[in-house]
Design a protein around this ligand. Structure first.
Ligand code: SAM
Length: 157
């Protein structure tokens, strides 16, 4: 099964880009992994937040297939420990999906249509992070999960 990490807009800051690149390279040793970069909506800065979410939502939904499992990163989603997240990954790998698609929202979050399509909502904290920073935090947790599943020493607690 493929694991896809999808987000909207290029990573703006070099320090994040470097960290994201490092974890993506590491993950490829453990997973069939791909990144999907959805381009920013044209003139999105001129749109109301709701309109922007709808347009971004259309871009998200049109890239999905029926047999994809869509997991939204959302601060109001389910909170897991790293061990619980690893155990969930193990279960999801055994489910009959083609891809596990982890999706980050835009600066204002997700449209209602995206919430309706979602299979799961995953929170990394009750706090809100920027749609740019969450990329690095999620990839570190995904990498950690893979090392937990293989009993490797990266996760020491
Ligand atoms: C700035 S946040 C959007 C906040 C927006 N007001 C909302 O209510 O969803 C941008 C995106 O970053 C991700 N994000 C931010 N904090 C998160 C957290 N604690 N856990 C999981 N994802 C988070 C989500 O994908 C969110 O859609």
């Amino acid at each position: 099964m493929k694991t896809t990490f999808s987000y909207i807009g290029k990573t703006a800051d070099k320090y994040l880009e470097e960290g994201i690149g490092m974890y993506e390279r590491r993950l490829k040793h453990y997973l069939s992994y791909e990144t999907v970069l959805i381009p920013d909506v044209k003139n999105g800065g001129k749109l109301e937040a709701e309109q922007l979410k709808i347009k971004e939502g259309e871009q998200i939904l049109q890239r999905l297939k029926n047999d994809d499992c869509l997991i939204l990163l959302d601060e109001r989603g389910k909170l897991y420990t790293s061990e619980q997240f690893a155990a969930n990954m193990d279960q999801w790998f055994q489910a009959p999906y083609k891809r596990l698609v982890f999706q980050v929202g835009g600066a204002f979050g997700f449209s209602e249509a995206v919430y309706q399509r979602a299979n799961y909502k995953l929170s990394l904290s009750a706090m809100t992070f920027s749609h740019q920073m969450i990329r690095l935090f999620f990839l570190e947790q995904l990498y950690r999960a893979m090392t937990i599943l293989r009993n490797e020493p990266y996760h020491n607690s």
